[in-house]
Design a protein around this ligand. Structure first.
Ligand SMILES: [Zn+2]
Length: 370
């Protein structure tokens, strides 16, 4: 058993809700964070079948990719399918949590799972998240600088690529005059004090800023520590929409199409022909990602594999690359087993499995029609 709150903390340290698109509605959809969880059922969508499976298997938590509460809910009654499901879940005390566009962009999320399923190598983020980094500057007496830097690093500051505790320090003089009501760590009430201080700078991801400031306040000796936060323009390298990488070896276009059909178990593949004869560099974006074709083309992709591609987008992209619509379900389903496996590893006492729900989209071929 694990408290739902701990599961949520774990999921949100991996795929922070602040990474989600503005229109999205991620996080706990239904339930009480203080309830206990024994069994987790993982699915792309909350459907009647999935609810029935959760009941039959006694799952306390349904973890979905698509949030069931997406459009404003005007009523919750047994008259509508969603109302019926929510009422059933409330009555039996089952919770629902959704990680959607935040899981798309997360390292090891939807797009990394898709890239792995396709055997891509040297995988990078296609469109890194903007405006997600901050520079934190804090002024600290020289005696406490090492303690403070380590505390901030432990909370998530100063991590750049494969380097940790990255910081810059410069010495200077801090001035202050404690007022009557102050309880100063150094100096005397009413007298202007000068202290040898260090200006300590570290980069912090926006989603870790709260934790880092908490660590700063706990480790800083002053009653009123002075710190500044600056927004940074550079994008986050490890999180963002889509991925790009290379196939194990360049393939003729026909062989590439067959490879995708086989790897993703696609029933029917819609595609637009690009100018390349051989395919080597491939971009992916699970779900509706066709707007990324220009970004993919700029980065030298020979093909973009995504879903929900419109007629005119096929036309526009054909001058630059091959555009494959491998299906919404087919491009997103690989992440479900990754999610279940991660939860099993993080919470060994938890039972966790992928729901049996099938692709709601079926295909019929001309041959079968006769
Ligand atoms: Zn989707």
């Amino acid at each position: 058993m694990a408290p739902l709150r701990e599961l949520i903390e774990y999921l949100e340290s991996w795929a922070p809700p602040s990474w989600a698109m503005e229109y999205d509605n991620v996080g706990l959809q239904l339930g009480d964070p203080d309830q206990g969880v024994h069994r987790v059922l993982v699915a792309l969508d909350l459907t009647e079948e999935v609810v029935a499976e959760a009941e039959a298997w006694s799952a306390d938590l349904i973890l979905t990719h698509h949030p069931p509460l997406f459009h404003p809910l005007r009523r919750c009654t047994s008259q509508e399918p969603l109302g019926r499901m929510l009422m059933r879940l409330v009555r039996s005390g089952r919770a629902v949590y959704s990680a959607h566009t935040n899981l798309d962009v997360a390292p090891g999320g939807v797009n990394d799972a898709l890239a792995a399923r396709l055997g891509l190598q040297n995988v990078r983020v296609l469109d890194p998240l903007p405006n997600m980094l901050r520079k934190l500057v804090v002024f600290v007496p020289v005696t406490h600088v090492d303690l403070l830097r380590r505390a901030m690093a432990d909370a998530g500051a100063g991590r750049i690529g494969a380097y940790e505790e990255c910081a810059f320090e410069v010495r200077g003089t801090g001035l202050f005059r404690p007022l009557q009501e102050a309880r100063p760590h150094l100096g005397e009430v009413g007298r202007l004090g000068r202290v040898e201080e260090v200006r300590l700078e570290m980069q912090v991801p926006a989603w870790r800023l709260g934790a880092v400031l908490q660590a700063l306040r706990a480790a800083h000796p002053y009653e009123e520590p002075v710190w500044d936060v600056y927004p940074l323009e550079k994008p986050v390298a490890e999180a963002g929409m889509g991925r790009i990488g290379e196939l194990p070896h360049p393939m003729p276009a026909d062989a590439f199409l067959a490879y995708v059909v086989e790897r993703l178990h696609v029933q029917a593949l819609r595609y637009g022909v690009g100018p390349q004869e051989r395919i080597h560099r491939v971009a992916v974006c699970g779900g509706s990602g066709s707007s990324l074709w220009t970004v993919a083309a700029r980065q030298g992709a020979d093909a973009l594999i995504t879903a929900d591609v419109r007629y005119h987008t096929f036309q526009e992209a054909s001058a630059a690359l091959w555009l494959l619509d491998a299906g919404h379900y087919e491009t997103e389903v690989p992440v479900l087993e990754v999610l279940a496996e991660r939860l099993r590893r993080a919470f060994p006492k938890l039972a966790c499995r992928v729901a049996r729900a099938e692709n709601p989209v079926l295909y019929i071929s001309r041959e079968r029609v006769g």
